[in-house]
Design a protein around this ligand. Structure first.
Ligand SMILES: [Zn+2]
Length: 398
């Protein structure tokens, strides 16, 4: 089965073409099976089994959301309300979600995570990383990852999210890097540690990441969200694929990232939802650091699954250009997952792409909050969403 996509207003390739985004115009795309088979001048497009008319809309690689916490039960809307009324975010509310998650059935967790994946897909996300971290015991961390693995290949063991209530920190670290890691590793590609004030310190973080690495897991770190600390430095030293948050950085942290293969993943939904200062994206980019954008979707500090929303925040409040933000949300996310088959559109790449109801990528930040995703192809399979245009012949406004 082949699909021709034509009448494209602007193709974002992140590959060959103009500027950072590799923009191309007057081109068509042919998808065969789950791969991009051809990109070239519209007039020379080969015959295909099926045609998608992009209607003059921009076509982008599907968004790669490289940081999300989707396996949980309940929500924390009341905590959000209290925070907006002036109470500070401390991370302590994670324990509320842990209690709800432990009490939930497998099916409830599966349904909730599946709902969030579908919600993200409607907003153009075709790859989503899913962390555990609301079980915090061997059994509940392992079942969280089993459920995550049903929904994504990009799964991350985050037993080291916080020390659960009533546990001794030293004993808990030993559990995480011992029997919990052993039970979780079969379902995980990555291991992650929340290295920050009130979570895990340098020595504990190093011990857990090193144990994960010995099991063959790739490394990610929740680093420098709440304070300057050792997280970013450790991420670079241990060869982590990503240091996530990067809100409070020293000059040495920025320089270390710039000279490394560790991507700085910025999560502006967290600063938005905790009313905190945003990371200094300009300083990172201008120093040569590779930057990714992700949602941090979780019920406490960032309950959004919307990459377009994060792009808008990055442009408006973190002073990224629209092109930098779109690149960070696609190719940047792919780099944090060490993937070269997603995040860009070229022959041989996975056929994960998004068609906008707008002529260029600029509209993602220019028209915040507007549902601009006309269609998403994931693994070459199109999902049709109803176009917004009403049938005016029926006199809808009369
Ligand atoms: Zn997170």
């Amino acid at each position: 089965m082949s699909i021709l996509i034509d009448n494209i207003g602007e193709l974002v390739t992140n590959d060959e073409g103009a500027g950072l985004l590799g923009l191309r115009r007057d081109v068509a795309v042919v998808v065969e099976g789950d791969r991009i088979a051809w990109i070239g001048p519209s007039a020379q497009a080969p015959a295909s089994d099926q045609r998608i008319d992009a209607g003059g809309g921009a076509v982008l690689p599907g968004f790669v959301d490289s940081h999300a916490h989707l396996v949980f039960a309940g929500d924390r809307a009341a905590e959000f309300g209290a925070r907006m009324a002036g109470e500070p975010y401390t991370g302590g509310g994670i324990r509320t979600t842990v209690a709800a998650t432990r009490a939930a059935s497998d099916d409830d967790l599966r349904r909730n995570a599946g709902r969030l994946v579908a919600e993200a897909r409607r907003q153009g996300t075709t790859t989503i990383e899913i962390k555990s971290g609301y079980g915090l015991n061997v059994e509940d961390e392992a079942r969280s990852l089993r459920i995550a693995r049903e929904l994504s290949d990009e799964t991350t063991f985050l037993g080291a999210h916080v020390v659960p209530a009533g546990s001794d920190p030293g004993e808990y670290v030993d559990l995480v890097r011992g029997s919990m890691l052993a039970a979780c590793a079969p379902y995980a590609k990555w291991v992650d540690v929340f290295c920050d004030r009130g979570a895990f310190d340098e020595e504990q973080t190093r011990a857990i990441l090193t144990a994960g690495k010995q099991r063959g897991l790739g490394l990610r770190v929740h680093a420098n969200q709440l304070t300057e600390g050792p997280g970013v430095r450790l991420a670079v030293e241990l060869g982590a694929a990503s240091a996530d948050h990067c809100t409070h950085l020293s000059s040495a942290d920025v320089d270390a990232l710039a000279g490394s293969a560790t991507v700085a993943t910025l999560l502006p939904g967290a600063e938005f939802s905790t009313r905190s200062p945003y990371p200094d994206a300009r300083r990172l980019i201008d120093t040569g650091v590779t930057v990714a954008l992700a949602t941090d979707c979780n019920p406490g500090s960032s309950y959004t699954s919307s990459m377009p929303f994060c792009i808008a925040l990055a442009v408006r409040d973190m002073r990224m250009t629209p092109a930098e933000a779109v690149h960070a949300a696609t190719a940047g996310g792919a780099k944090t997952l060490r993937r070269d088959d997603i995040g860009r559109l070229r022959p041989g790449a996975r056929a994960d792409l998004t068609v906008l109801d707008a002529p260029s990528h600029l509209h993602l930040a220019y028209r915040p909050g507007v549902p601009l995703i006309r269609q998403v192809l994931h693994n070459g399979i199109p999902s049709n969403y109803p176009a917004a245009a009403p049938d005016t012949t029926k006199g809808l406004l009369s």
